[in-house]
Ligand binder design. Structure first.
Ligand code: GDP
Ligand code: IMO
Ligand code: MG
Length: 426
């Protein structure tokens, strides 16, 4: 294996963490390339659950190296809490195993305050952000006033940058949102002990990624969020603040797009979404509640209930063409068991016509009507299936239809949260 991207094809929480953990066996280096601790990636190994927000999902494989790329936004407090928690479980969290790019932007306290203040100030139409300061941190990056992890090496520079940032942020926090202004010395005082602990992890991540690719060691690029939360191609403005597409694996980690190789798009066998925004196949009836409770659909970061609905093959088809999918990993197939009939949205009707791809105009997804195809369900419990032939015929038919509708082959099928509960097709 050279490079392999694992990313989300829907609105996040597709089960990327499980798939990355699974495929880490075939890789030497695992790199997170965008997003921050808005992500919550769940791994279950031998019944034991681990939720990761920033640390790459390969970390439980002792001999593999995990790195955080320049495209990520890093909350040092959350990063170190995660390091400590994993170390307490006996995972080797030394800098030999874990690295952070000097160019990774840092989430500061004022980013978190601004994120939450903006959401509270919105009367309706809240984005429903995770409140982790993600958007404001990426804003500072684009405005070129951000603080980067490499700045932790120069405490005088760090102090100057904080002072400079607060001149503007305090005007917003106090003037616009009526919050107490932050004191630069206090912000620095609280940051320094964290910064000093992050310093040993700082490294030239592009060099590490390129060296691993050059030597033929497998590199897994771990995406966060999902295609339809992408800042450009998602359901704007109900999106996150980074590029969630496979192509960002190169930019966000520091290598060539030619190195990306396989693109595995992770897709739930149905659809979920946390936060606000359009969701054409959402089920607001008992069947939606059924998926929510059987699928235990609660956000791994905020604990919010996830909205649930049928699989939307229009959005999946769009994800396949935006990401260059070479294989699908279909997760949570077990959750569909026991239903008499399953629906898949194969097209939309929009402005009197039938369309196969989502309309481009902002908000248009709220005005489409899904066209459904009904497929027979299956009664069997599939959680013990370990091969394609173990699956009930109706489940195989469902997956074959997903392949036909999306235009991408199914390569991995997940039938339960545990690493073991997986089928490799072919
Ligand atoms: P991620 O953000 O894409 O990594 O996904 P999350 O971890 O936020 O959410 C996926 C949830 O589904 C987690 O609780 C996983 O443990 C769980 N999960 C993953 N694959 C399966 C599966 O095949 N079946 C079931 N029942 N749960 C799964
Ligand atoms: P993983 O990696 C699901 C959603 C939030 C909100 C919107 C913007 O676990 O799949 P933000 O805090 O990023 O500004 O919030 O994006 N969101 C996610 N939804 N999974 C995620 O990550 C998400 N990360 C952000 O709920 O609607
Ligand atoms: Mg998640």
């Amino acid at each position: 294996m050279a490079g392999m991207v694992i990313h989300g094809a829907q609105w996040g929480d597709e089960g990327k963490g499980k798939i990355v953990d699974l495929l880490t066996e075939k890789a030497n280096l695992i790199v997170r390339f965008h997003g921050g601790n808005n992500a919550g990636h769940t791994l279950v190994v031998g019944g034991e659950k681990t939720v990761l927000h920033l640390i790459p999902s390969g970390i439980l494989h002792g001999s593999k190296r995990c790195v955080i790329g320049a495209g990520v936004v890093l909350d040092p407090e959350v990063f170190l809490m995660e390091v400590d928690k994993l170390a307490a479980k006996g995972v080797d969290m030394s800098p030999a195993r874990l690295a952070v790019s000097l160019r990774t932007h840092v989430i500061m306290p004022y980013h978190k305050l601004l994120d939450c203040a903006r959401e509270s100030a919105k009367a309706g139409a809240k984005i429903g952000t995770t409140g982790r300061g993600i958007g404001p941190c990426y804003e500072d990056k684009s405005s070129r006033v951000g603080i980067r992890a490499g700045d932790f090496l120069d405490e005088a520079l760090l102090a100057a940058k904080i002072r400079h940032a607060l001149a503007e942020k305090n005007a917003l926090l106090a003037g616009l949102y009526g919050l107490a202004p932050l004191d630069a010395d206090k912000v620095l005082e609280e940051l320094l002990p964290l910064a000093r602990r992050v310093v040993p992890y700082l490294a030239d991540v592009p060099a590490m990624v390129q060296e691993a690719l050059g030597s033929g060691a497998g590199v897994l690029f771990e995406g966060a969020q999902g295609t339809h939360l992408d800042i450009d191609h998602g359901t704007y403005p109900f999106v996150t603040s980074s590029c969630c597409l496979s192509s960002n694996a190169a930019a966000g980690s520091g290598c060539s797009p030619k190195d990306l190789g396989d693109i595995i798009s992770v897709v739930k066998a149905y659809t979920t979404r946390v936060g606000s925004g359009q969701f054409p196949t959402e089920l607001t009836c008992a069947r939606g509640e059924h998926l929510q409770s059987v699928g235990a659909e609660f956000g791994a970061t905020t604990g919010r209930k996830r909205r649930c609905g049928w699989l939307d093959a229009v959005l999946l088809r769009e994800a396949v063409r935006l990401n260059g999918t070479t294989g699908l990993a279909v997760t949570k197939l077990d959750v569909l068991g026991g239903l008499d009939q399953l629906e898949i949205c194969t097209a939309y009707t929009y402005e009197g016509a039938e369309i196969l791809y989502p309309p481009q105009r902002e908000g248009a997804l709220a005005h489409v009507t899904p066209v459904y195809e009904t497929l027979p369900g299956w009664k069997e419990d599939v959680t013990s299936c370990r091969s394609w032939s173990d699956l009930p015929q109706a489940a195989r038919n469902y997956l074959t239809r997903v392949e036909e509708l999306s235009g991408a082959p199914v390569r991995i099928i997940s039938v339960g949260p545990d690493r073991e509960q997986t089928i490799y097709k072919d």
